[in-house]
Structures are given as structure tokens and as C-alpha cells.
Design a protein around this ligand. Structure first.
Ligand SMILES: Nc1ncnc2c1ncn2[C@@H]1O[C@H](COP(=O)(O)OP(=O)(O)OP(=O)(O)O)[C@@H](O)[C@H]1O
Length: 693
């Protein structure tokens, strides 16, 4: 073992195979290679340097003689790194690689490991008419692979090959070499195209495509199978014929074999700031009738669906080579208007084009209706059914290509209309059932209300009473996650409010008649129909995700419109050691709000205030909620329930509902409303001395 090529530093250590992409990245013609889309570098491009003479040789593989393809000013870029190779492996690589390059028409003498050759004569195009020397080849440092590219715009031939295609160099059964597929150059005369016959001109005219447009686009006909005639659409780049596509009377398509795939009408978009892309040649011609020449058609139709895979590297993205080989034209355009067919494949094609071009500069066209029900399918149908003005209008009304997560208000106009006309119901909030509170607080679907108050202030009682009112007013149903309550106690309290009679006759009933057995039995049915319980059967505390998952099931299964979580501290709040309580609360409230908004379900979340120092008996503040200020920051509504405990100050059954935060002015405002608590039935009655602040 010994080191070879000790002076060079260009290749990364992992480079053992190469491809033409790698060559592109180190091209001596940087202005021809502007990677505006994805580039998957096999090694970091280095600024190439040109020498006439190769650096001093350090191996028995000499620098290439300066007579490659008979040209004396071939530049050679020495681009090597130290490679630790067994000499016999190197020899085997070089021998195999030479044979492969010779098959393709390259001079075997260029097989010097670690060298790049520029300004060669391309074996594919022979440099065109002027014999331009635009061919470059790069040989890997281990002699195991080569990559090449012709930088002549009309040729662009590129490819790569490996000496052993991943096999053991000592194996005698070498992989059969398949040279990179060459693109065929075609000449006008070889195709024997003819001017369109009267019948075909008539056929186009039925599709409202004029003779003038046909002529400008060079549409011709071709005889095949003796007496058959096909329409011929010549594909040109810079005026030169690149390919030709044919269409017979039965709408069967075929294309000149082994020719390069380019856009139809490519020369029409050079220098244009708006570029329209359509799905067929007929649509391109139709666009011209509507006044748009700046239009190209894809050469080979649409895929059945959008690929779920990541975008392949440019040189492997064979199906969309027509897009990659006109990157400059696409790049200089400021708007790409995608006007593919309205059917699913057409839309899949639109998506495939947009994800390659970059959705931010793409627009899309919606085809207008051709009858009462059906939309036009494509540009030519719009032209035929509705005329050129309608086609022009469709293009002018192109809309921004949707980007996931980026919207404009138009996307929400249906929802806004429903809000304006109040067709969805409850959008401006549902009445609480207490007139003096309705000016302050209304229950909006999808909002989060935080309820706080000192212990025993009546938070749970008031929420229960509110739910009973909402059920009576609008038939709402609820999911209850009230961990503190025994189920039977909670059922009793709810039934008392619903039936408006005490459950028992004893103690608190103050001689009021208890609910009858019949009322009780009917009440049970109501209870079962109105409330769904979220409870942890075992001793474990539920976490918020568990609660929300069950609440989601209750929404979907039972159509509940509200969720009560009472109280916060009865949930499992384990958090990661790196997370502060503030961060945890913020994250938890985000989850709750997302649930509420997504399901249009109002959530009441009860949280206790922290222990108050020197408490004077006044209502606590929303900022007093233990845990985090996020409770007030993140909620839509914040309510403090407070009741008088001093008979000398006022009636002790009087409850203050202090509305401390209302985010949505449509739903209410800040202020207090007084309610009287009926200890026997648990009902709340209005008191008329409410005060708005
Ligand atoms: N205004 C009131 N006057 C008299 N008793 C009341 C009043 N409001 C509630 N109560 C009683 O106080 C008790 C506690 O009520 P509730 O459970 O609703 O309070 P809470 O604020 O949710 O308490 P905690 O913070 O301990 O959960 C109940 O027995 C209820 O009947």
C-alpha cells in the first residue's frame, strides 16, 4: 500500500463513484450551470482552475497527452486527494474504465485518476457545426468511475460510469456496461414533414385554432404506414429541431425515439416574466388564440397521482427533465401560471411541477363551467365552449398556488359569510340564561373559559347551573371531567338544578318537598342523555392528553358541545425535568385550545388561586391562579366566582360572577353580575344590581 497523488485536496474521502451532477458542480462554465432548484452535491464544488499542463506526475499513470481528440489546448484540472490504494486495484479499475470510455467514444488516454479534462470535443455532438470544445470529463481518484458532460446548450449530453459498478474488481464476471443513453439529434429533412392538408386545417379550425397559429407554431403532418396521416408538433429549442411529437386521428400519441424531452413551445417563454404551462400541444395553441404566446406544454402528459416520495436529485428526475433543462427560462420568470387539466392527473401534474419550481412563484388556473354542472377540462375546451375572452379571463384570474399553512382571507370567505349571516348558530355566543350576566359573558363554541375563585366559593356549583341552563336553552350536551366529585353527589346536584327540587327532605331541604320518584326517574334519563363522564377508574391521575382524547370521542360519538375540567390540580402534571411549570402550563393550554377550536367545543377549566397572603375577603385576581400567568394570557374568557361570607356585609347567599377577561368583544365585556344561590335546589337567580366596569 502506498499513497498516491499526495498534493491534491479537492475530493472528499467518500468519493468513490461519480456522476454527471458532480461534474456540473465543478464545471468550468459556471454561467451555464445555475443550480436554482435542488442540487445534491456529491462533493463540494471548487472553483475550477485551468492549466495547460498537468501537475507533475507522481504515478505511472501520466497526465494525459495534450492531443485528446486532436485538440492541443485541452485544459486539465488536477483534482485529487491522497488515495490509499493497492496498486493492483488501481490498475484493474483503470483498465475497466478505459474499456468503458472507449465504448462511448472517448479517448482512453484521458483515464488518469483524479483528473478533470475540459474543452474536449464531445463524442456525442462533435461540437456541432462550429466544432465547439465544450466537453468535460472527470476521473475519480481511485480510477473507479468517470463522469462527463457536454456544455453545449444544444447537446447537454451527460453521464457517468463505474469501472465495476460496485463489483469486486477481481471478479472476472464484470457487470455488462450499458452506456448512458445518448439523445438522438434529428434533422428536418429526415422527418419528412409536410404542410397540413385541408382536412387537418379544418380539424383545427373546429377547435377554434387558426391557420395563423398553426403556421407560427410550425404544426405539420406526417405520412406513416403508407396511407395514414398524423399531426406533427415539432419541438424546438433556439429554433433547432429537438424532437417531434405525433398525434393520429384516434388521439394516439408518439414521439421521435431517443430524443430529448423539452417543453413544447420552449422558445416562446424565453425572457417572459409570466410563463403559462399547459398539459398538451392543443392547449398551447388554444392559449395563443386567447393572446398568450408565453405558454409551453409538457411533452408527455400527467402522472396518475402525486408521488409520495421526496423529490429525486435533478439528474435522476427523468420524467421531469423537460423542466430541469430549461431552468434559466423558469428562473427568470416571475410568475409561473400552471394551467393543467382540471382532472385528478392534471392536478397531480400541477403539484409535481409546483413542488419542483417552488410554490411561492406558482399560480394556478381554475377552469370555468361549460354547462350547469361540468367544468371545462382544459384550455382548448374553454376556447371551444366559451371563446377566447373566457380563456383570457381564466388566465387573468389565476390564483396563487396554495402553500400548506399559508392562507389569505378569501380562503375563509365561506366561514365569514356564515358568521355575518349567523347561519351557523351560537357564533356570537349562547346566552347563559341569566339576563344580568348576558351583557358580560356568552358561551362561544370553541372558546376556553378559565374559572377561578377561592375554595368553596361555588365554582363547581355555578358551572353546573350554567350547563343546565345551556342544555335547557339550546339542548347542548357536555363531557364532565370532575375528579373531585363523587359521581352520585354530582348526579344529585345536577338533578336538583334540573328538577328544581331537593334530592332529599332532610337537613338542607328546609321543608321543601323532595323530587318525586317519577321526577327522579325522568331526571335520570335526562342526566344520562345530557352528560358524559370522563373518569379514571383506577387511582392514577389522568393527564390532559388522556382527557382530551376521551373528550374528542364524546364530541364525535355523542355530539357534546362543552367540556368541563374541574379542577386543574387533579390532573397529572408530570413534566420533563427541563420544563418549567410556566412552559408546561402554556403547552397544556395550547392543547386544550386546539381541541376546543378544532371541535367547536367550549371548555371550562377550573383552576385554584395560590394561597393568598393577608387575604381581605375580596375576590382573587386571575393572576393569582397558581402555576402560571399563562392561565389569563391564553384563555378566551376569565371568570372569578366569589361569594360573601360576612352576613354584615351583605346576604351570604349572594354570588358575584366577576368577568375579568373577554377576548372577543362580540361575546361580552369585563364586569360583575350578582346571582343569588338557592341552597336547597342549587339554582342561581339573577340579582338586578349588576355593574359593568
Ligand atoms: N353562595 C353560596 N352560599 C352558600 N353556599 C354556597 C354558595 N355557593 C356554593 N355554596 C356551597 O359551597 C359548597 C362548595 O361549592 P363548590 O363545590 O361549588 O365550590 P368550589 O368553589 O368549586 O370549591 P372548591 O374550590 O373546593 O372545589 C357547596 O356545598 C355549595 O352548596
Amino acid at each position: 500500500m502506498r499513497f498516491r497523488y499526495p498534493h491534491a485536496v479537492t475530493f472528499p474521502s467518500k468519493l468513490s463513484t461519480m456522476n454527471a451532477q458532480a461534474l456540473s458542480n465543478s464545471t468550468p462554465f459556471p454561467n451555464l450551470i445555475k443550480p436554482l432548484f435542488h442540487t445534491h452535491h456529491f462533493f463540494q464544488p471548487k472553483r475550477p482552475f485551468f492549466t495547460v499542463f498537468c501537475s507533475k506526475a507522481t504515478s505511472k499513470y501520466p497526465p494525459s497527452p495534450l492531443k485528446i481528440n486532436g485538440y492541443h489546448s485541452t485544459s486539465i484540472v488536477k483534482a485529487t486527494r491522497p488515495v490509499c490504494l493497492d496498486e493492483s486495484v488501481l490498475d484493474a479499475n483503470i483498465d475497466a474504465l478505459k474499456r468503458k470510455l472507449e465504448v462511448i467514444g472517448m479517448d482512453a488516454e484521458i483515464c488518469v485518476p483524479g483528473h478533470q479534462y475540459n474543452h474536449l470535443l464531445c463524442p456525442e455532438c462533435q461540437g456541432g457545426e462550429t466544432g465547439e470544445r465544450t466537453f468535460a470529463v472527470i476521473i475519480a481518484p481511485d480510477g473507479g468511475s468517470a463522469a462527463w458532460k457536454c456544455f453545449r446548450a444544444k447537446c447537454g449530453w451527460k453521464g457517468s460510469t463505474q469501472a465495476f459498478a460496485g463489483r469486486n474488481p477481481y471478479s472476472t464476471a464484470m457487470t455488462q456496461f450499458i452506456p448512458a443513453k445518448k439523445k438522438r439529434e434529428i434533422k428536418e429533412d429526415d422527418l419528412q414533414l409536410e404542410p397540413l392538408c385541408t382536412e387537418l386545417v379544418g380539424y383545427f379550425s373546429e377547435r377554434l385554432i387558426s391557420n395563423k397559429t398553426l403556421k407560427r407554431n410550425g404544426v405539420k403532418q406526417k405520412k406513416y404506414k403508407d396511407d395514414q396521416i398524423a399531426i406533427a408538433f415539432p419541438y424546438r429549442r433556439n429554433g433547432a429541431l429537438i424532437s417531434c411529437k405525433y398525434r393520429d386521428i384516434n388521439k394516439k400519441f408518439w414521439q421521435e425515439s431517443d430524443t430529448e424531452k423539452i417543453f413544447y413551445g420552449l422558445d416562446d417563454i424565453v425572457g417572459e416574466s409570466d410563463v403559462i404551462i399547459v398539459e398538451g400541444e392543443m392547449d398551447k395553441l388554444a392559449m395563443e388564440e386567447a393572446g398568450f404566446r408565453n405558454c409551453v406544454s409538457v411533452p408527455d402528459g400527467a402522472p396518475p397521482s402525486v408521488s409520495s416520495k421526496d423529490l429525486p436529485p435533478e439528474d435522476k428526475d427523468t420524467k421531469y427533465q423537460y423542466l430541469w433543462n430549461c431552468k434559466d427560462e423558469i428562473k427568470q420568470a416571475s410568475r409561473i401560471i400552471i394551467a393543467t387539466d382540471g382532472d385528478p392527473p392534471g392536478q397531480a401534474l400541477a403539484e409535481e411541477l409546483a413542488r419542483r419550481i417552488g410554490k411561492e412563484k406558482c399560480w394556478r388556473v381554475r377552469w370555468p363551467k361549460k354547462g350547469k354542472l361540468d367544468d371545462c377540462k382544459d384550455a382548448n375546451e374553454v376556447l371551444m365552449y366559451l371563446g377566447p375572452d373566457a380563456l383570457k379571463e381564466a388566465i387573468e384570474k389565476a390564483e396563487l398556488y396554495p402553500i400548506r399553512g399559508l392562507f389569505n382571507f378569501r380562503d375563509y370567505f365561506d366561514e365569514l359569510d356564515a358568521y355575518y349571516h349567523r347561519t351557523l348558530g351560537y357564533d356570537i355566543g349562547l346566552s347563559t340564561g341569566w339576563n344580568n350576566l348576558n351583557g358580560l359573558y356568552n358561551v362561544v363554541p370553541g372558546e376556553l373559559t378559565i374559572v377561578t375563585g377561592i375554595p368553596n366559593s361555588g365554582k363547581s356549583e355555578w358551572i353546573d347551573a350554567l350547563l343546565c341552563n345551556l342544555n335547557q336553552i339550546a339542548g347542548w350536551k357536555f363531557a364532565l371531567c370532575s375528579m373531585e366529585n363523587k359521581v352520585r353527589e354530582h348526579a344529585r346536584k345536577l338533578l336538583e338544578k334540573h328538577v328544581r327540587k331537593p334530592f332529599f327532605t332532610d337537613r338542607y331541604a328546609e321543608d321543601v318537598e323532595r323530587m318525586s320518584l317519577e321526577e327522579y326517574e325522568q331526571g335520570k334519563l335526562w342526566l344520562n342523555d345530557t352528560f358524559h363522564l370522563i373518569r379514571c377508574e383506577d387511582d392514577a391521575l389522568p393527564n390532559i392528553k388522556w382527557v382530551l382524547d376521551l373528550a374528542k370521542a364524546a364530541v364525535l360519538r355523542h355530539g357534546v358541545r362543552g367540556l368541563v375540567i374541574d379542577p386543574y390540580n387533579e390532573l397529572d402534571h408530570q413534566r420533563s425535568p427541563h420544563q418549567t411549570e410556566t412552559e408546561y402550563v402554556s403547552q397544556m393550554l395550547t392543547l386544550i385550545k386546539r381541541f376546543a377550536q378544532h371541535h367547536g367545543c367550549h371548555v371550562w377549566f377550573v383552576a385554584h388561586p395560590r394561597q393568598l397572603q393577608n387575604w381581605t375577603g375580596s375576590p382573587p385576581n386571575l393572576y393569582d391562579i397558581s402555576g402560571s400567568a399563562h392561565f389569563i394570557n391564553k384563555c378566551d374568557n376569565g371568570i372569578v366566582i366569589h361569594r360573601n361570607r360576612d352576613p354584615e356585609v351583605g346576604p351570604i347567599d349572594q354570588v358575584k360572577v366577576c368577568v375579568r377577561k373577554v377576548r372577543n368583544k362580540v361575546a361580552g365585556t369585563i364586569g360583575d353580575a350578582d346571582l343569588l344561590y338557592n341552597r336547597v335546589t342549587g339554582e342561581y337567580m339573577e340579582v338586578e344590581n349588576d355593574t359593568k366596569k
